[in-house]
Ligand binder design. Structure first.
Ligand SMILES: *Cc1c(COP(=O)(O)O)cnc(C)c1O
Length: 404
């Protein structure tokens, strides 16, 4: 068979299923207002939650990083790819998320792929071991892929209903007398389709009750959730009680690239030896490392940044509702605006761009049938004027399309 015919037929199926992902090129830096087709557009679709992507101090730190430490390190960490700044960033992340130690990865995707298999597949002196991994039904693709790398003979994989602590407790109770070596609970801290938070206080309590390890991917929470932006553990009062935290540096913390795993120092030390995406893949470039250090410093020093994100979020959530839109209630800057039909979400996304607002939609099969939506993501980079401009567009487009 001709491979090009095969992929082309899949492409037409993707088009027919309405899941083709179109790219809209920006002609500017990522910011509160970006340029698209020569026009300024309010950005409501990025993970640039804190406006760090184009923050002057972060940009300067990246430039200084290149000047002092060069463009690349041309090595993995243990050969000659560890610069003092890599260690400094790891220390800063540990302090920020309330963990003993941290290991950097090239992305959070790599971090999640690196964590599960390196622990679950290895006997570590235990013969014929078997571990159990309990995962939320809506976990991110990188956790799912991380679990896929665990060999079936070493891992039983169990899915609990989304956000459902009592279902999780029930599964652990059923397995109480089984001879598992490790029990691992794995969840996103914040789920990106709905903008809802994992009930972390309950999950930590359950983990302790059943002697399980709890792993939280806080990618949509670091710098975002909690009074000081320290993530879901801060928000639920369990800082220091989550065994393993992973996250990205490609969202609120600068938005460039990089990921990490934080936890007890023995675990982190072990991952440096055994985690394959760490051991066999290049170190993070110096510019990214120095920029992330600057972003974390800014976040610690200037408490108004996170506060502005939270104020903007509360304002947007309140005003979009008072226009008559139905949203998923919550507290996170991810605000799903529920529309129902796929074509409506597609048409409205296009009309909003014409009206000067960048916002993308989600529809079946990414979300259930009849629950098509636009997903707004609020940012500290937006001024009140930007948000009001977006709300004006929501009002006129919504009325014209008879949504409100
Ligand atoms: C964005 C995201 C990732 C991927 O992070 P990268 O650093 O871009 O690989 C992983 N997990 C979750 C929950 C995310 O939201």
């Amino acid at each position: 068979m001709n491979y090009l015919e095969l992929v082309a037929s899949e492409l037409s199926r993707i088009h027919e299923a309405n899941t083709f992902k179109y790219e809209t090129p920006l002609e500017s830096a990522q910011a509160g207002v970006v340029k698209v087709k020569g026009k300024p557009v309010v950005m409501l679709g990025s993970n640039n939650y804190l406006g760090m992507s184009n923050h002057p101090e972060v940009r300067t730190a990246a430039i200084e990083g290149i000047k002092k430490y060069g463009y690349g390190v041309a090595s993995v960490r243990f050969i000659c790819g560890t610069q003092t700044i890599h260690l400094e960033l790891e220390k800063k992340i540990s302090r920020f998320v309330g963990a003993e130690d941290t290991v950097l990865f090239s992305s959070c995707f790599a971090a999640n792929e690196g964590f599960f298999a390196s622990l679950v597949n290895e006997g570590l002196g235990v013969e014929n071991h078997k571990d159990a991994v309990y995962a939320d039904r809506l976990n991110h693709a990188s956790i799912i892929d991380g679990m896929r790398l665990c060999r079936p003979e070493t891992a039983d994989k169990k899915i609990y209903n989304h956000g459902d602590a009592s279902h999780l407790a029930q599964l652990l109770e059923e397995d109480k007398d089984k001879n598992y070596r490790l029990r691992i609970i794995a969840t996103d801290g914040v789920f990106s389709m709905e903008g809802d938070l994992a009930p972390l206080d309950k999950l930590v309590e359950i983990a302790q009750r059943y002697g399980a390890i709890i792993f939280v991917d806080d990618s949509h929470a670091i710098g975002i959730v909690g009074k000081r932006g320290r993530g879901t553990p801060e928000r639920f009062g369990v800082l220091g009680k989550v065994d393993v935290i992973s996250g990205t540096l490609g969202k609120a913390i600068g938005g460039a690239a990089g990921g990490y795993v934080s936890g007890k120092k023995e675990l982190i030390s072990y991952l440096r030896q055994k985690s394959r995406p760490y051991t066999f893949s290049n170190s993070l470039p110096p510019a990214i490392v120095t920029a992330c250090i600057a972003a974390l410093d800014l976040l610690t020093k200037d408490k108004t940044i996170v506060r502005r994100l939270h104020t903007n979020t509360a304002y947007f959530r309140k005003e979009i509702k008072s226009l008559g839109y139905k949203i998923l209630e919550g507290e996170h800057p991810i605000v799903p605006i529920m529309l129902g039909e796929t074509t409506l979400a597609q048409d409205m996304s296009a009309a909003m761009l014409k009206a000067g607002v960048y916002i993308k939609g989600l529809w079946f099969p990414v979300v259930p049938k009849g629950e098509a939506r636009l997903r707004a993501q609020v940012s500290a980079a937006l001024t009140k004027k930007d948000i009001d401009r977006a709300l004006d567009a929501f009002e006129s487009v919504g009325k014209k399309m008879k949504v409100i």
